[in-house]
Ligand binder design. Structure first.
Ligand code: GNR
Ligand code: NI
Length: 168
Protein backbone atom coordinates (compact mmCIF):
# COMPACT_ATOMS: atom_id res chain seq x y z
CA UNK A 1 0.00 0.00 0.00
CA UNK A 2 1.06 3.61 -0.43
CA UNK A 3 0.34 6.94 1.15
CA UNK A 4 -0.75 9.28 -1.65
CA UNK A 5 -0.28 13.07 -1.74
CA UNK A 6 -3.51 14.92 -0.85
CA UNK A 7 -4.50 17.73 -3.23
CA UNK A 8 -5.30 21.09 -1.60
CA UNK A 9 -7.16 24.22 -2.71
CA UNK A 10 -7.09 26.09 -5.02
CA UNK A 11 -6.22 23.10 -7.27
CA UNK A 12 -9.06 22.98 -9.88
CA UNK A 13 -9.00 19.15 -9.79
CA UNK A 14 -11.04 19.39 -6.59
CA UNK A 15 -13.89 20.98 -8.61
CA UNK A 16 -14.20 18.06 -11.05
CA UNK A 17 -17.31 15.90 -11.09
CA UNK A 18 -16.16 12.33 -10.44
CA UNK A 19 -17.27 9.54 -12.79
CA UNK A 20 -18.92 6.30 -11.65
CA UNK A 21 -16.78 3.18 -11.27
CA UNK A 22 -17.72 0.65 -13.95
CA UNK A 23 -16.37 -2.47 -12.28
CA UNK A 24 -14.76 -3.26 -8.98
CA UNK A 25 -11.44 -4.61 -10.22
CA UNK A 26 -7.96 -4.96 -8.70
CA UNK A 27 -7.20 -1.33 -9.56
CA UNK A 28 -10.27 -0.10 -7.66
CA UNK A 29 -9.37 -2.26 -4.63
CA UNK A 30 -5.79 -0.98 -4.69
CA UNK A 31 -7.05 2.61 -4.89
CA UNK A 32 -9.30 2.09 -1.85
CA UNK A 33 -6.46 0.46 0.14
CA UNK A 34 -4.15 3.38 -0.68
CA UNK A 35 -6.91 5.86 0.22
CA UNK A 36 -7.45 4.15 3.60
CA UNK A 37 -3.73 4.23 4.35
CA UNK A 38 -3.59 7.90 3.29
CA UNK A 39 -6.63 8.77 5.43
CA UNK A 40 -5.28 7.01 8.55
CA UNK A 41 -1.88 8.66 8.10
CA UNK A 42 -3.34 12.17 7.71
CA UNK A 43 -5.24 11.51 10.02
CA UNK A 44 -8.80 12.04 8.81
CA UNK A 45 -12.22 10.43 9.14
CA UNK A 46 -12.90 10.29 5.40
CA UNK A 47 -11.33 10.70 1.97
CA UNK A 48 -12.73 10.97 -1.55
CA UNK A 49 -10.72 9.70 -4.54
CA UNK A 50 -10.63 13.15 -6.14
CA UNK A 51 -8.57 14.36 -3.14
CA UNK A 52 -5.77 12.10 -4.37
CA UNK A 53 -6.37 13.14 -7.99
CA UNK A 54 -8.58 10.25 -9.13
CA UNK A 55 -11.91 11.48 -10.56
CA UNK A 56 -13.88 8.34 -9.65
CA UNK A 57 -16.89 7.99 -7.33
CA UNK A 58 -14.97 6.24 -4.54
CA UNK A 59 -14.97 7.20 -0.86
CA UNK A 60 -13.40 5.74 2.27
CA UNK A 61 -14.57 6.60 5.79
CA UNK A 62 -13.68 5.52 9.32
CA UNK A 63 -15.29 7.37 12.21
CA UNK A 64 -14.10 4.97 14.93
CA UNK A 65 -12.25 6.57 17.85
CA UNK A 66 -8.57 6.11 18.59
CA UNK A 67 -9.22 3.63 21.43
CA UNK A 68 -11.65 1.58 19.32
CA UNK A 69 -11.16 -1.07 16.69
CA UNK A 70 -10.83 0.33 13.17
CA UNK A 71 -14.01 0.20 11.10
CA UNK A 72 -13.08 1.09 7.52
CA UNK A 73 -15.97 1.72 5.14
CA UNK A 74 -15.41 1.69 1.36
CA UNK A 75 -18.17 3.25 -0.74
CA UNK A 76 -18.29 2.85 -4.51
CA UNK A 77 -20.79 4.94 -6.50
CA UNK A 78 -22.61 6.03 -3.32
CA UNK A 79 -25.99 7.74 -3.67
CA UNK A 80 -28.21 9.37 -1.09
CA UNK A 81 -31.61 7.68 -1.04
CA UNK A 82 -32.98 9.31 2.12
CA UNK A 83 -32.36 12.30 4.37
CA UNK A 84 -33.84 12.88 7.84
CA UNK A 85 -35.92 15.97 8.65
CA UNK A 86 -33.83 17.01 11.66
CA UNK A 87 -30.54 18.79 11.07
CA UNK A 88 -27.38 19.11 13.12
CA UNK A 89 -24.62 21.71 13.20
CA UNK A 90 -21.08 20.44 13.10
CA UNK A 91 -17.72 22.11 12.69
CA UNK A 92 -16.20 20.35 9.69
CA UNK A 93 -12.61 20.21 8.53
CA UNK A 94 -11.23 19.04 5.19
CA UNK A 95 -7.83 17.52 4.42
CA UNK A 96 -7.85 19.55 1.17
CA UNK A 97 -8.24 22.81 3.16
CA UNK A 98 -5.83 22.38 6.09
CA UNK A 99 -6.52 24.30 9.32
CA UNK A 100 -9.90 25.66 8.18
CA UNK A 101 -13.06 24.80 10.11
CA UNK A 102 -16.56 25.56 8.84
CA UNK A 103 -19.74 25.14 10.85
CA UNK A 104 -22.22 23.39 8.57
CA UNK A 105 -25.87 22.45 9.10
CA UNK A 106 -26.81 19.16 7.43
CA UNK A 107 -29.47 16.50 7.92
CA UNK A 108 -28.69 14.44 11.04
CA UNK A 109 -29.66 11.16 9.38
CA UNK A 110 -28.84 9.88 5.92
CA UNK A 111 -29.51 6.68 4.02
CA UNK A 112 -27.22 5.75 1.13
CA UNK A 113 -26.91 3.03 -1.46
CA UNK A 114 -23.44 2.03 -2.62
CA UNK A 115 -21.38 -0.84 -4.02
CA UNK A 116 -19.02 -2.49 -1.52
CA UNK A 117 -15.56 -4.02 -2.07
CA UNK A 118 -17.18 -7.32 -3.07
CA UNK A 119 -19.20 -5.58 -5.78
CA UNK A 120 -22.45 -6.01 -3.84
CA UNK A 121 -25.13 -3.33 -3.63
CA UNK A 122 -25.59 -2.19 -0.03
CA UNK A 123 -27.86 0.18 1.83
CA UNK A 124 -26.72 2.00 4.97
CA UNK A 125 -28.48 4.37 7.36
CA UNK A 126 -26.28 6.58 9.49
CA UNK A 127 -26.48 9.38 12.04
CA UNK A 128 -23.98 11.45 14.01
CA UNK A 129 -20.43 11.93 12.72
CA UNK A 130 -20.81 9.11 10.19
CA UNK A 131 -23.82 10.82 8.58
CA UNK A 132 -21.93 14.13 8.48
CA UNK A 133 -18.81 12.51 7.01
CA UNK A 134 -20.85 10.68 4.35
CA UNK A 135 -22.45 13.94 3.20
CA UNK A 136 -19.07 15.73 3.25
CA UNK A 137 -17.49 12.98 1.08
CA UNK A 138 -20.41 12.82 -1.36
CA UNK A 139 -20.05 16.58 -1.86
CA UNK A 140 -16.44 15.98 -2.98
CA UNK A 141 -17.68 13.62 -5.73
CA UNK A 142 -19.56 16.59 -7.21
CA UNK A 143 -16.72 19.09 -6.75
CA UNK A 144 -18.33 20.67 -3.70
CA UNK A 145 -16.19 21.85 -0.75
CA UNK A 146 -16.96 23.04 2.79
CA UNK A 147 -15.96 26.61 1.89
CA UNK A 148 -18.93 26.68 -0.50
CA UNK A 149 -21.16 26.94 2.58
CA UNK A 150 -19.53 30.29 3.46
CA UNK A 151 -20.29 33.75 2.08
CA UNK A 152 -18.38 34.63 -1.08
CA UNK A 153 -16.29 37.11 0.88
CA UNK A 154 -15.13 34.54 3.43
CA UNK A 155 -14.61 31.89 0.76
CA UNK A 156 -12.50 34.22 -1.39
CA UNK A 157 -10.42 35.23 1.64
CA UNK A 158 -9.57 31.58 2.32
CA UNK A 159 -8.79 30.85 -1.34
CA UNK A 160 -6.54 33.92 -1.52
CA UNK A 161 -4.66 32.79 1.59
CA UNK A 162 -3.97 29.35 0.07
CA UNK A 163 -2.92 30.87 -3.28
CA UNK A 164 -0.47 33.13 -1.47
CA UNK A 165 0.87 30.24 0.62
CA UNK A 166 1.53 28.24 -2.56
CA UNK A 167 3.40 31.17 -4.15
CA UNK A 168 5.72 31.47 -1.18
O1 GNR B 1 -10.92 14.41 8.52
C1 GNR B 1 -11.99 14.95 8.29
N1 GNR B 1 -12.77 15.35 9.32
C2 GNR B 1 -14.07 15.75 9.17
C3 GNR B 1 -14.68 16.38 10.25
C4 GNR B 1 -15.98 16.77 10.17
C5 GNR B 1 -16.69 16.55 9.01
C6 GNR B 1 -16.09 15.96 7.93
C7 GNR B 1 -14.80 15.55 8.01
S1 GNR B 1 -14.07 14.76 6.66
C8 GNR B 1 -12.40 15.20 6.90
C9 GNR B 1 -11.51 14.51 5.89
C10 GNR B 1 -11.83 15.03 4.51
O2 GNR B 1 -11.47 16.09 4.08
N2 GNR B 1 -12.58 14.27 3.76
O3 GNR B 1 -12.96 14.70 2.54
NI1 NI C 1 -12.94 16.87 2.65
Amino acid sequence: MSILPIITIPDPVLRKISEPVERVDAQTLRLMDDMLETMYAAPGVGLAAIQVGVPRRVVVIDTSEEDEEKSPLCLINPEIVGLGQKTRLYEEGCLSIPDVRVEIERPEMVTIRYIDREGQLQELSADGLLATAIQHELDHLDGQLIIDFLSRLKRDMIIRKFKKAKRE
